[in-house]
Write a protein that binds this ligand. Structure first.
Ligand code: FES
Length: 90
């Protein structure tokens, strides 16, 4: 949750805990990393997106879960939803 170095305009934190991982979270992680071309703890060259691993956000039933800028919870983050989120962040 705390950032020890500057992050991009949109910090996307992906829940990597077991309930999310078992409900598509692993594939969601791979997909968002591939789409952004960065790994966890990294920021895109244009400074727009940063990607972080997160702990359970208390919404396991809505897995896979991501949160943007520590504020906006995003549920059921399968590839179509990830594409939509990234498009909205443009
Ligand atoms: S394990 Fe992901 S929200 Fe709980």
């Amino acid at each position: 949750m705390y950032d020890l170095k500057p992050v991009g305009k949109y910090k996307i934190t992906v829940c990597t805990n077991l309930p999310c991982a078992l409900s598509g979270g692993y594939h969601a992680c791979e997909y968002v990393q591939k789409k952004l071309g960065i790994g966890y703890g990294e920021t895109t060259p244009d400074g727009k997106f940063s990607l972080k691993e997160g702990e359970c956000m208390g919404a396991c039933g809505d897995a896979p879960v991501m949160i943007v800028n520590n504020r906006s919870m995003c549920s059921h983050m399968h590839p179509e939803q990830i594409d939509k989120l990234l498009e909205e962040c443009k």
